[in-house]
Design a protein around this ligand. Structure first.
Ligand SMILES: [Ca+2]
Length: 525
């Protein structure tokens, strides 16, 4: 072969090589996995539900916070921060029920589901996961449940020997692990209200202490968990109820395990043909306060601050998974909390100068703002303007109607609910009020109603949770002389000054509005 011919052959070889590369690239592009089939009409949806996180624990809205929340701050910078958002109740179960059903919990019940308690949902109840599921969504619940199961269905009726167990200082009688047939499906859990799948521990401080996948336990409980050793939780009490448990159940693994379960769920949606709805209910920063070692000392608010920081990190991990499958743009991400901070918040003011309820009065269980005025962020790239704020009065009950509207999902005919459609507020940040009032309630004895800037409480005391003596003495609140309370939150967000005596007409107006709301559901159809 001459030198010229050799050069020509090399040229032709190079030409074919480039052609092959182009072809390969094109072929690769053709076989590149498509994004999850979420469309503008049917975006993916994630609801992050923190447990007992206070308004003041979100750094971006509390300049005095001692807890860094970089992932949540970033989420707020990329989305809409609603600063007047409320959970339905000041405690766990009722708020969760209201969010998922679009109904005020107090129309149906007030209390939490207790140890091994029944489901709070009615037969055939309309729920957000059912509505989305019927519209083609893959629906998943991960983490905390605390809405009950039908444990009686798997209890062996021929097993009659209850066991004595310690609950705090009390001794109570419970069914031991052997009283249940753990191989059976447990009815009336997440799958019964429209979730395609569930993975979680039920409730961190309630039995059974084992993992539940869909409607079955993953490992059979064999022992009764009693009070573990005293130094178990790093801050506060460990709040555990005795009951069936697997041997060596490790509470410290719960938050990392549910976080990685959510990451895996999202990664598995890479080639999914349906849009997804993930209800990710964190066990944290609820007690027991148990940050993993790598997060300890990362905040300036003690173990609770570290646990909150770990919760923020978990959100970051799950959002990273969303970016990794290229689904970040077409996913609505909501972050909020089921109620205000637990009473340990008082000692944190003293010990760390961090106020989880800042700038509100009260904590979890209270009818004051600290009980139910919660963090709320919603992000949807290219749809919700980044870095915006809204002071619209908003309830977690409204999530159902708003998401149904955005996803063009049908609300069943005759469905009675209290849920308003906030899609205009989310998408255009309009100041046009959507909701005129919100009723606040935890226990049946006390109600409050918010209307505009005014808030009325039908009781002289809005507290339920006991306040430490040192706090009362050092604080500004005076005992109300009136039998009811009236505050103007525009001037007095800390609810310091009871104006009931000065504005009797306002009291009458709001008291009548409360009775009206209690009598009638907002939407009949
Ligand atoms: Ca809670």
């Amino acid at each position: 072969m001459t030198g010229k011919n050799k050069a020509n052959t090399m040229k032709i070889g190079a030409y074919f090589y480039i052609l092959m590369l182009v072809c390969l690239t094109a072929c690769q592009q053709q076989t590149k996995p498509t994004k999850p089939t979420a469309t503008v009409d049917k975006p993916n949806i994630i609801i992050f539900y923190a447990d007992d996180m206070g308004y003041g624990d979100l750094a971006i809205q509390n300049p005095q916070s001692k807890i860094p929340t970089p992932n949540l701050d970033q989420l707020a910078k990329e989305g809409l921060l609603m600063t007047e958002a409320h959970s339905s109740s000041g405690i766990c179960t009722p708020s969760r029920y209201a969010l998922l059903s679009g109904r005020y919990h107090w129309r149906d019940f007030n209390d939490i589901v207790h140890s091994m308690g029944e489901s709070v949902f009615k037969e055939n109840q309309v729920t957000l996961p059912k509505i989305l599921n019927n519209n083609g969504y893959k629906t998943a619940a991960i983490g905390k449940w605390h809405l009950g199961w039908n444990w009686e269905a798997i209890r062996k009726k021929d097993f009659t020997q209850k066991e004595k167990a310690k609950h705090g200082k009390k001794e109570i009688e419970i069914w031991p692990a052997q009283a249940y047939d753990w191989e059976k499906s447990i009815p009336k859990g997440p799958l019964s209200i429209g979730f395609d799948s569930y993975f979680g521990d039920g409730t961190i401080n309630f039995p059974p202490y084992t993992w539940i996948e869909n409607d079955k336990v993953k490992e059979v409980p064999t022992i009764t968990l009693q009070h573990p050793k005293k130094d178990f939780a790093l801050e506060g009490n460990w709040e555990l109820r005795p009951g069936p448990a697997v041997k060596d159940w490790d509470f410290y693994k719960i938050l990392p395990t549910v976080t990685s379960s959510a990451v895996t769920f999202i990664k598995n949606q890479d080639k999914a043909e349906q849009p997804f709805f993930l209800y990710m209910a964190f066990p944290s920063p609820h007690a027991p306060i148990i940050p993993n070692e790598e997060f300890r000392g990362k905040s300036n608010a003690g173990p609770y601050g570290d646990y909150m920081y770990q919760t923020d990190d978990a959100v970051g991990q799950i959002l990273d998974a969303l970016k990794a499958i290229d689904a970040d743009e077409n996913t609505i991400v909501i972050f909020t909390s089921d109620n205000g901070s637990e009473h340990y918040a008082y000692n944190r003011i003293k010990n760390y100068d961090h106020n989880s309820s800042n700038p509100f009065r009260g904590v979890k269980r209270d009818i004051y703002e600290g009980g139910h005025h919660v963090p709320f962020i919603v992000k949807w790239p290219n749809k919700i303007k980044p870095g915006t704020k809204s002071t619209q009065l908003f309830s977690q009950i409204d999530i159902l109607n708003t998401l149904a509207s955005i996803t063009n999902s049908d609300l069943p005919k005759g469905f009675q609910h209290d849920s308003f459609n906030f899609s205009d507020v989310w998408l255009t940040n309009t100041n046009e009020p959507v909701r005129e009032t919100i009723v606040h309630n935890t226990w049946a004895s006390k109600y409050a109603i918010r209307k505009g800037d005014w808030l009325y409480i039908n009781n002289k005391d809005g507290y339920h949770t006991r306040i430490p003596k040192w706090f009362v003495e050092g604080q500004r609140f005076e005992t109300a002389k009136d039998t009811v309370q009236l505050f103007n939150l525009k001037d007095d967000i800390g609810q310091n000054t009871n104006l009931a005596s000065q504005f009797p007409e306002k009291v009458n107006e709001l008291a009548a509005a409360l009775i009206n709301e209690q009598k009638t559901e907002t939407f009949k159809n």
